[in-house]
Design a protein around this ligand. Structure first.
Ligand SMILES: [Mg+2]
Length: 174
C-alpha cells in the first residue's frame, strides 16, 4: 500500500493522460513569460485561468484554503513511507521528480490565488515576514541551532517594543 512502485505507476498513468489530452488538441491557456516568473505572473495567470472557466464563483477564500490543504496532502503523499530522503533527490527518477514539481506547483498556485482574492500582496508580505523573522532570530543567538525564539530568549533579554508588536530586540546578557 502506497509503495514506490504504486506511486511510479500513478505518475506514469498521469503522464499518459496528459499526452492523450495533448493529442486531442487541448489548449494551454497560461502564458510563459521569457523573464523570471514572478508571483504576480502566477496570480495573473491563475486569475485568467479561473475567469476563462467561470470558476471565479468557486474561488472564495475558504474554498481556496481547503483546496490548498488538499494539495499539501497530495504533496505529502509523495514523501509518505519513503523515510528520510537526501537533499537533491539524487535517487529519484524523472517521473517522480516531475510529479513532485506538479504537486509543489499546485500548492503554490492555490496559495498565490488565495492571497490574490484576499488582496494580499504575497511577495511584499513574504519579504516583510522574512524581516520580522530576522529580528526574531538574530544570527548571534540562533546560529547553528533550531530552537524556537522563545527558547532563544532565555539566552538573552527580550524587550518588546512600546506598541507591543511582535518586533523584539534582543540584548546579550552581560
Ligand atoms: Mg495536485
Amino acid at each position: 500500500m502506497g509503495g514506490r512502485e504504486d506511486q511510479t505507476a500513478a505518475v506514469a498513468e498521469k503522464l499518459a493522460v496528459q499526452e492523450a489530452k495533448k493529442d486531442r488538441g487541448a489548449t494551454v491557456t497560461t502564458t510563459m513569460p521569457e523573464k523570471e516568473v514572478t508571483l504576480k505572473d502566477l496570480a495573473r495567470n491563475m486569475a485568467g485561468f479561473a475567469a476563462d472557466r467561470e470558476w471565479d464563483q468557486f474561488h472564495s477564500p475558504r474554498n481556496l484554503l481547503l483546496a490548498l490543504v488538499g494539495e499539501v496532502g497530495e504533496l505529502s503523499e509523495i514523501f509518505q513511507w519513503k523515510g528520510e530522503v537526501p537533499r537533491g533527490l539524487s535517487d529519484w527518477n524523472d517521473a517522480e521528480k516531475e510529479h513532485l514539481g506538479e504537486e509543489l506547483s499546485d500548492v503554490l498556485l492555490y496559495l498565490v490565488r488565495l492571497a490574490d482574492v484576499c488582496n494580499v500582496d504575497l511577495g511584499e508580505s513574504a519579504l516583510r515576514k522574512l524581516q520580522k523573522n530576522a529580528i526574531k532570530y538574530p544570527v548571534e543567538l540562533c546560529k547553528g541551532n533550531s530552537k524556537k525564539y522563545r527558547e532563544l530568549a532565555k539566552k538573552g533579554t527580550v524587550r518588546r517594543n512600546m506598541n507591543n508588536t511582535e518586533n523584539m530586540v534582543y540584548h546579550e546578557r552581560l
